[in-house]
Design a protein around this ligand. Structure first.
Ligand code: ADP
Length: 502
């Protein structure tokens, strides 16, 4: 019997998921496990790479058991993952030499200041499409090489391997046979030349990162290895993409100009810009969307670091809510924000400000402010930050979206999406499928092994059966004058945070 499913691994910042998709693009089973966040110092964020793997593998086993599926039922595996986060491990023992440094981690902010002072940011922008910011993998790798005792020496002897989370998962899935990454993930390391899609020697020299550390570069759709961890039947790993690029693919933003916004830990707005790499305009990033059938597609990206994580912070650090879901009811229980703005610069500010030193602030408090205003302000901050990005995209690229496709954990929140439509003044289109990121990885893998054909996956019927109730269009309802009043309040709040951060 031919294999019935594609297995997607979605290794996110806060959790790992495994999802089985059938031929209609419907979810057959899914499993999820939270991932421990480590904050060793203010502004630092780490993950235990062994926990990343064990948690990811546990959900694979769980999902197969739930669906009663065996290895022979799986046509291919697709991987999508939190981007930029780096793992460095010993090739001989497969043990990480340190916890993974997470994309949100700001420990290399001072290093990035020095890069700007050196004038090297110009080269980074021109070659990699990225700005000098602690967000990207390059300075995180340098930090590991310089701060883990013996690491430079081991690296010089070729003992160490380095990679983003996809590389680490592929290494573990293939039991150390394959050390590879796809170009969409590689484009976030700040070590990839976006024009030639090869590791950039000038940048490697500048950072003193030995090439021997780096994984082999592969297309996003195509077989890059096989796993036999599920028993005798080897399963091809046939699709790999960073989470935001996978979601762009899963939302089927295949034509230039098509854009999506994902509301997860952070908020990521990506627009397909076609097969031509253009140096990123100020405030935004250029990135590889995917590479398949020998051709690369590029995207323009606005990355916001803290979106749903602000809600998580209210839950975990302030204890204002017990679940993220409760935030919706709390926000609706007050007629407006009561003048309260929350600028969640908890890990600096990303697009379009790129200020690593900015720190979060809650502004506009009065005696009448209460818990619900603060919760509402956290949700509203996602919408304001998205507008910061769309305004920037409009300014620099002349791109004015007429609507926006959205997904991600926090896109479950109807209050948020209505407010987003109001603040942008355009309709917001929520996909019927919550798991666009996982679907994207599944599609990249499924297309590579012929499980799906191109024309099947673009049909509106495809992957639409999962959750009809979820699919919804939010029309802007707010009076333009009110919109601009709220918006100028946000602009004032951000200006204060930027001022303090400098
Ligand atoms: P990631 O893939 O980045 O780990 P997800 O897409 O799973 O993130 O989204 C999880 C994030 O969304 C968390 O930060 C959580 O606080 C937020 N979130 C989840 N549900 C809601 C909700 N109903 N309202 C607001 N935020 C939510």
């Amino acid at each position: 019997m031919p294999a019935r499913y594609i297995l997607a691994l979605d290794q996110g910042t806060t959790s790992s998921r495994a999802i089985l998709f059938d031929r209609a693009g419907a979810i057959i089973a899914s499993a999820q496990r939270e991932l421990t966040q480590h904050y060793p110092q203010p502004g630092w964020v780490e993950h235990d790479a062994n926990e990343i793997w064990s948690g990811q593998w546990a959900v694979v086993e769980q999902v197969l058991a739930e669906a009663g599926a065996r290895a022979s039922d799986i046509a291919a595996i697709g991987i999508t993952n939190q981007r930029e986060t780096v793992v460095v491990w010993d090739r001989e023992t497969s043990q990480p030499i340190h916890r993974a440094i997470v994309w949100q981690c700001r420990r290399t902010a001072a290093h990035c200041d020095r890069i700007r002072q050196d004038g090297f940011e110009r080269v980074l922008r021109a070659n990699t499409g990225l700005v000098a910011d602690a967000y990207f993998s390059s300075t995180k790798i340098v930090w590991l090489l310089e701060n883990v005792p013996g690491a430079r020496d081991l690296a010089a002897r070729g003992r160490l391997a380095c990679g983003t989370v996809d590389s680490w998962l592929v290494w573990k899935l293939t039991q150390g046979r394959v050390h590879a990454t796809d170009v969409s993930n590689a484009s976030r390391t700040q070590l990839l030349s976006l024009r030639s899609l090869t590791w950039d020697d000038e940048i490697l020299r500048y950072f003193s990162i030995p090439r021997s550390l780096l994984p082999e570069l592969k297309p996003s759709s195509g077989i890059l290895g096989e796993t036999d961890l599920l028993g005798g039947h080897a399963i091809p790993i046939a699709g790999v993409a960073g989470d935001q690029q996978a979601s762009l693919f899963g939302q089927r933003c295949f034509i230039p100009g098509a854009a999506k916004n994902t509301y997860g830990t952070g908020c990521f707005l990506l627009m397909n810009t076609g097969d031509h790499f253009a140096v990123s305009p100020p405030g935004l990033l250029s990135t590889v969307a995917w590479q398949r059938r020998g051709a690369a597609t590029y995207a323009l990206e606005g990355s916001v670091f803290i979106a749903g994580a602000a809600v998580q912070w209210l839950r975990d650090e302030l204890g204002l809510i017990a679940t993220a879901h409760e935030s919706e009811e709390a926000a609706r229980s007050v007629p407006d924000n009561g003048g309260v703005y929350f600028v969640p610069a908890l890990t600096g500010l990303g697009a379009p400000y790129w200020n690593p030193h900015a720190r979060g602030a809650i502004l506009g408090l009065t005696r009448g402010s209460n818990r619900n205003h603060l919760i509402r302000a956290a949700l509203e901050s996602m919408a304001y930050q998205t507008r910061d990005v769309t305004d920037c995209m409009a300014q620099v690229s002349g791109f004015h979206p007429t609507d926006l496709r959205v997904d991600g954990g926090a896109a479950r929140n109807d209050f948020l999406l209505q407010f987003q439509a109001d603040i942008l003044g355009i309709p917001i289109e929520r996909a019927p499928l919550a798991e666009c990121t996982a679907l994207g990885a599944a599609l990249l893998a499924g297309l590579a092994v012929g499980f799906w054909k191109e024309n099947e996956i673009v049909s509106s019927e495809f992957a639409s059966g999962s959750d009809r109730a979820r699919q919804r269009r939010f029309e802007p309802l707010m009076e333009p004058a009110r919109r601009e009043e709220l918006w100028s309040g946000w602009r004032r709040a951000v200006a204060q945070v930027l001022f303090r951060g400098d």
